[in-house]
Design a protein around this ligand. Sequence first.
Ligand code: GLA
Length: 372
Amino acid sequence: MHKLGVDCIERSRRLTEMKTAFRALYGAEATLGVRAPGRVDLMGSHTDYNDGKVLTLPINRGIWILARPRSDGQLNMASLNMDAGFSFDTAAPGQHREQDWGRYVQGVAVELNEAGHPLHGCDALVHGTVPLASGLSSSAALEAASATLLEVLGGFSLDPVQKALLTQRAENRWVGVNCGILDQYSSILGEQHKALMLDCRSLTHRYAHVPSGLRIVICNTRAPRQLSGSEYGDRRAQCEQGAAFFAARNPGIRALRDVSLDLFEKYASELPGKVARRSRFIIEENARVDALAAALDRDDRPTIQNIMKASFEGARDLFEISGPAMQCMMDAMSAAPGCVGCRQAGAGFGGCLVAIVEKDQVDAFCRSTAAA
Ligand code: GLA
């Protein structure tokens, strides 16, 4: 099958190519289509599993799935990006565990099945434009699109927050990545051209203002990051250790979100060095989310720049999720024309960085960063 790659291709060409490939593969027309976007976080690295806040928005790259219902309960899925497809029986979706990207789809089917929703089979074809392992939530986009596909096929409809929680569980339990709610929530509840101020404790959001003269630009280091490796889980465990330390002193504290910087500083010397550094980062980063939203609201560019720079430095020096490729990209972006502010995106350990750029200098910014 002709592969499309992850290029951000024009929508009508993308749909035509997908329909043609579907017909060639399954010998019939696709009768339905679903999609879900990737996301980028403007502020709030690793704050989600600390019950904190994130300023996040869906991006113009995502997963599309075309499908045609089957009457035998079998779900067959192929991809225009990946070589191997997979199949499972929707009557027993967890019977054998898919090893590759099929796990994300299967995990969603398993969770829906356990929750008692009727599953229906189909032939399906996926195409994604979110680069893999780049910190832009290609996994959550696939989970969200799969959940929508199964909703449409099964004739039921999930509450969006419940759908985010269900797809997060699929990733936690079936894929084995102990992620927070950020990615799935952003992909499912995000709206085009709107930044969400997400509260990961109450699972609610409000919209944040992004001045009309600014654009969001994502720069990919192409240094791949792997979340199922131990680093993500280690960070999470260290944060939980920090939260437990403060909870033992104040029963009102449930997560690092509840710890003020003053309280942290009072006890910081009693914490193991790594736990102290991780905790300080989360407490400061969480405060930066509100601070960035306020600075965007006032269109206060010097403050936007300082907050984003502080986030990058904290991620590098305290949370230790940076790397040489990220530093190199940060330097190139900071020096480029039109850059108001920039920082890491996603989990770190490679992947993408995000910049807020003057609208009329986006081209110059991209040229300069790419050249550097
Ligand atoms: C990954 C996880 C999210 C979140 C981010 C870091 O994308 O899936 O839950 O923790 O990293 O902010």
